[in-house]
Every structure is written in structure tokens, then in C-alpha cells.
Ligand binder design. Structure first.
Ligand SMILES: Nc1ncnc2c1ncn2[C@@H]1O[C@H](COP(=O)(O)OP(=O)(O)OP(=O)(O)O)[C@@H](O)[C@H]1O
Ligand SMILES: [Mg+2]
Length: 394
């Protein structure tokens, strides 16, 4: 991941570049300098891998700024961002003299920007993406199996128990109902994020979120069924990248939908949790989904199966399922219609008294496993008897 600086004389233009950079998902940090008058740090350590010179009318002062940066940190790459495309002969000459290695035409195209950044990442020897470990996609093997319940309760446990800064993106179709399960009244949602891509940086994104009392943040989903007709997947990937810049964990409820256009998001996810139930229609779709995910290029070890509404004493069924799908089941969540439905209808996540509530405890165990932390004594009790055992009190 690269560190980047932007030298600009125009705050609005600089903000647009920040947004575009954050949406690529390959930038570690961004620093902005206002030209003229910006002070350059005098140690190489404080200077970024790449400096974008957002050329204003007086291009010379930008080249002078760039040259000064390169004197302190010769390894820094200078890129000129220019509305004059292709650059005039005179501009090219001045840029070359100032040590500029490349030109980026304005307005900045995402494909060109991504290509340039991946080339620069390779050249600079910086590590590739590290945001890979932040995105957790939750999908249902089919509709109604509990994907949203899992996403919401995991999000809450990651936030409260694992103390992670967590955000839940509600990308379920046709409607998003995460806010209902958390009793939230969102003002903004996914529609606003994709409609404002040109200024969607971490700051703008934060303004679109609705916080829950547990500190879990929610980007609300679609509230009108026809909204998805005009939302393509590539802009969603940019939203996911911005979210990954600002949070420790990004949960994504994608419902039961599936399509090849989701490949790039799915391939970058640290984990894909497929929620299924132990019945024939759900397992039939699960098997097909697993094959399809592999077909999209998703590494099988990133895919985890969560069996929801599991009944105690069905261990033989579990063994059969694992044999059929030829992989282990990651977690089983007990069937508890009363608690699950009360929680859904009241908009209160399953948080209370984990010791006495098999569902809360299970979600806490999964959150601990995902976060790589100790699940605590009560949760350990359940784990000791095996991943699929149930707490004695329910
Ligand atoms: N462990 C559980 N025990 C009993 N009922 C549950 C459990 N988990 C979820 N449910 C119930 O199952 C129903 C469907 O849950 P949910 O809305 O999360 O499914 P979904 O997969 O997101 O559905 P959709 O495809 O409509 O998005 C809800 O009524 C919920 O309360
Ligand atoms: Mg749902």
C-alpha cells in the first residue's frame, strides 16, 4: 500500500483526488498540501511514496514544490495531474525538468488511476493490499435463511465484545432491512454513496452512516425496490474500499443475490460467510453456490459456512453435510425462534446476558474467532466441547 501526498491550489479539486484515491483501496495514507505556502517536512521519513501535483495556472510553482520534495526524498515519485490532456510541449518540458515521471489527466478515470497505482506499488516495492483483512461478506445460500440476522449480530459483537471499529454495509436486494433489526432511522444510505462518488472520501462516507448504540455503524440499504435498477456493482466496490480505509472491520450483507459482476468484491474479501440451513433446498443451493464462487476465482479457504437454525442432536446430519460439501462447517447457530424473532421485531440485537442466551453466546464465539481474541470463560465453555457444541443453559 502506498503513501500519497497531494499538492493542490484548489481545495475542491484536492478533495476529489482524495476521494478517487480512497476508492481504489490500495492507498495507505493521504496527505494534502495547499499551494502556495505549504511547508515541506524536512525529513525523508515524513514524505510519501508518491506526490500528485494538481497543476494550477502557475504550473511552475508546483514543479518547484515537487523538486524540493525529491531533494529530501529522491525515491518519491512525482505525478502531474493536469486538465490539459495531452500536455503541451512546453508543459512536458517543464515537468521533465522538475522530475515528474507521469501525467494523470483530469478528471481522473478510475481505471487509469488503478493501473498507475498498481504500477507504482510494484516499482516502489511497497506491499500489496492490506485492506484484504477487513471485508467480511455475509450471504444467504438462499433467501430467508438468516443472512441479515447473522450480519447484524456479528457486527454488534465485533463492536461491543471485540471492540473493533465496525461498519455494516446493507447491500441486500431488493430492500435492505438491517436498520429494522437495529431499530435505526437512517437519513442516508447506499443510494447517496453511489450518487456522490466524485466526493466520496472517508469523511463524506462517515456522514452517510447511522450509528447504533453499540457503536456499530450502518450504511443503510435500499428503501425502494426499484433503486437497485440504477446501481451497478463497480461503484459499490469503491464504497467498500472507502469503508475499508476508515474501519477495522467491514461487514457486507449481500442477501441471497449472486452474479459474476460481484467477482472483484468477493475476491478481495477476507472471508465470505455463507449462511445456510440444514434442509434440502438450502443445502442444494449451498453446493451450487460453492462451485460458482470457485468459478469466480474466490479462494475456497476464504469461504466459511454458517449453519443457522441448527437443532441440538443433529450431529449425524452435520457429518453428512460436511461430507457432501467436502469441507468443514465453520459454525452452527442454534435454532431459537422465540429469541430470534423477539430480537428481530423489537430491533434489539442479541446482546443481553450472553451466559444465558445460546444465540448471543454463539455470535460472541464467532466474533472472537474472526477477531482472533479470547471468547471469554462463558463462551469457552461452549467451544471446549467442540465447535458445534451448545452451551448447557439456553
Ligand atoms: N437462529 C435462529 N433461530 C430462529 N430463527 C431465526 C434464527 N436466525 C434468524 N431467524 C429468523 O429467520 C428469519 C429470517 O431472517 P433474516 O431476515 O436474517 O434472513 P435473510 O437471509 O436475511 O432473509 P432475506 O433473504 O429476506 O434477506 C427472521 O424471522 C429471523 O428472526
Ligand atoms: Mg436479509
Amino acid at each position: 500500500m502506498l503513501t500519497i501526498g497531494i499538492a493542490s491550489g484548489d481545495a475542491a479539486s484536492s478533495a476529489q483526488i482524495v476521494a478517487a484515491l480512497e476508492q481504489t483501496g490500495v492507498v495507505k495514507s493521504i496527505k494534502e498540501w495547499a499551494i502556495p505556502g505549504a511547508r515541506i517536512p524536512d525529513t525523508a521519513d515524513a514524505l510519501p511514496d508518491v506526490v500528485l501535483l494538481d497543476l494550477g495556472r502557475d504550473a511552475e510553482s508546483f514543479f518547484a514544490f515537487g523538486a524540493q520534495v525529491r531533494r529530501i526524498r529522491p525515491a518519491t515519485r512525482l505525478i502531474a495531474v493536469s486538465a490539459v490532456s495531452p500536455p503541451t510541449h512546453q508543459l512536458l518540458l517543464e515537468a521533465m525538468r522538475g522530475g515528474v515521471q507521469d501525467f494523470l489527466p483530469k478528471p481522473i478515470g478510475m481505471t487509469v488511476l488503478r493501473e498507475m497505482l498498481s504500477r507504482l506499488t510494484e516499482e516502489s516495492g511497497a506491499e500489496g493490499r492490506t485492506s484484504l483483512d477487513k471485508l467480511i461478506v455475509v450471504m444467504g445460500s438462499k433467501g430467508g435463511v438468516g443472512a441479515t440476522t447473522v450480519a447484524v449480530n456479528l457486527g454488534v459483537q465485533l463492536s461491543v465484545f471485540a471492540r473493533k471499529r465496525a461498519v455494516l454495509l446493507d447491500f441486500a436486494r431488493p430492500l435492505g432491512n438491517v436498520h429494522l433489526l437495529l431499530d435505526l432511522r437512517p437519513q442516508f444510505g447506499v443510494r447517496d454513496a453511489v450518487d456522490n462518488l466524485e466526493r466520496l472520501d472517508g469523511h463524506f462516507f462517515a456522514g452517510l452512516l447511522t450509528p447504533h448504540t453499540t457503536k456499530l455503524q450502518v450504511l443503510a440499504g435500499a428503501t425502494q425496490p426499484e433503486e437497485w435498477q440504477t446501481i451497478a456493482v463497480p461503484p459499490l466496490e469503491r464504497v467498500v474500499n472507502v469503508a475499508q480505509n476508515s474501519f477495522d472491520t467491514v461487514l457486507l450483507d449481500m442477501g441471497a443475490q449472486f452474479g459474476t459482476d460481484w467477482a472483484s468484491i468477493l475476491k478481495t474479501a477476507r472471508m465470505i460467510l455463507i449462511v445456510a440451513e440444514a434442509n434440502v433446498p438450502s443445502l442444494w443451493t449451498l453446493q451450487r453456490r460453492l462451485v460458482a464462487l470457485t468459478g469466480l476465482g474466490v479462494e475456497p479457504e476464504r469461504v466459511r459456512i454458517v449453519l443457522n437454525r441448527w437443532h441440538k442432536g443433529e450431529e449425524d446430519v452435520l457429518k453428512g453435510i460436511q461430507k457432501d460439501i467436502n469441507r468443514p462447517v465453520f459454525a452452527c447457530i442454534p435454532n431459537d425462534f422465540r429469541k430470534a424473532s423477539a430480537s428481530t421485531n423489537l430491533g434489539t440485537p442479541l446482546l443481553e446476558n450472553a451466559q444465558n442466551n445460546g444465540l448471543s453466546l454463539r455470535y460472541r464465539q464467532i466474533a472472537a474467532q474472526i477477531a482472533g481474541i479470547d471468547p471469554g470463560p462463558a463462551a469457552k465453555k461452549g467451544v471446549l466441547g467442540g465447535l458445534f457444541s451448545f452451551p448447557s443453559k439456553r
